[in-house]
Design a binder for this molecule. Sequence first.
Ligand code: GDP
Length: 452
Amino acid sequence: MIPEVLQQHDTIVAVATAPGRGAISVVRLSGPDAFGIAARHLRQMPSHPRTAHLCEVFRGDEKLDEALVTLYPAPNSFTGDDTVEFSSHGGNLVPASIVAALTESGARQALPGEFTRRAVLNGKLDIIQAEAIGDLIDARSHIMQRTALDQLDGGLSRRLTALRDSLLELESLIAYDVDFPEEDDGPIPRARIETAAESVLASLDQLLLTVPVGEIVREGAVVVIAGPPNVGKSSLFNALLGKSRAIVTEIPGTTRDALEGVIDTGKWPLRLVDTAGLRETGDLIEQLGIEVSERYLAGAQVVLACAESAASLDQIKEVVGKRTEAPVVSVRTKADLVANGEKLPPSAIAVSAETGLGLKELLGAIDRVIDRRQGFIPPDVPILTRARHRKALDSARGDVAQFLDAWRMQRVPVTIAAAHLRTAISELEELIGTFEVEDVLDRLFSSFCVGK
Ligand code: GDP
């Protein structure tokens, strides 16, 4: 670990694009000496800031590349420090040679997430927004992309700051009450403080209600495809996924373990799980498969109970339903093999992995089941996507609730009741990153890529 004192004043460099073959790579150089170091490797510095200039990049007399070079003078850069971006030719060698040249001139290789860390330390972003950048890069679904962009735009930060401000206001009302109990106007009415605390509590509850949705947005809803062997589960999994990941076979019990694949075609990202058959058996490996499927069933958001005859649909749904808390959708597989007019139980969906029949309808039904489970979240309420957010808001909620209890009961001195408010305020401030930033930053950026 590089000591903090050094870190702040170093000029750092890294390839910001993913390694491998590609048309261009971006090398980022940022810090107090960024322009000086860049100048040593360019015959001519770009004449205008924030405008891309085609420049020859040198290491001594050796030409390394022709690159588009852009200067971003502080404070109007991503990090808030002087920054130079080289859009060089891609591949591994060209950008690596530019980084090597810049480090020879005094730049230091950046640590993971160090550019974003500087942006936070320079006040360009708060921690919630820095997390959003990580989420945006890792996004695997359009809803995650949108949620991360809203968070980067400051939606969640604004909501949390407003909550923190309401708590500060409450605290000052109480302080006034403690300091001037004999004022002519009388103390602040107890009911006013109670109502204000209740409203903060309600806002915290509203945010916490988004936690299950946030989990789905981040990880995808777990949709388990369950049923006896050979009914067409793997084929359905592949058809939904649109590519062959599971080994499809006619021998019962060959799907030994659960396979997963994420799809993002509907409203919610779905983590499809193809389970081993639910058949009771003495075969050890098959039993392992069954254990895995039971484990997945317990954590599922939706279960598809598959059967290849209309007659066995209800029975299979019942067996599967006993092993899960999640809503179960009956799926009649291999629908291409039956004559039209087959009578199905209500709400069962007929699909064919062979012809694609019913797949869209099935995906629509899954989305509706998830919608029903989540309940309604107003569009302006930001979604919590990280355990860190949930933990902080959970504790803050606990403290506000304790304050409210103490205030209503009048059992404890006002100053002690107010201590709960102080803790809740600190928790929100740590969450946003108003203070004690370093610790949170260390944890956050350990998962970032270099160059971000
Ligand atoms: P699993 O054991 O439940 O995963 O079943 P598989 O997906 O391995 O399928 C068992 C057999 O049924 C294979 O021979 C598949 O080709 C066949 N099958 C699966 N889905 C369909 C379908 O929609 N139509 C038809 N005609 N055959 C299917």
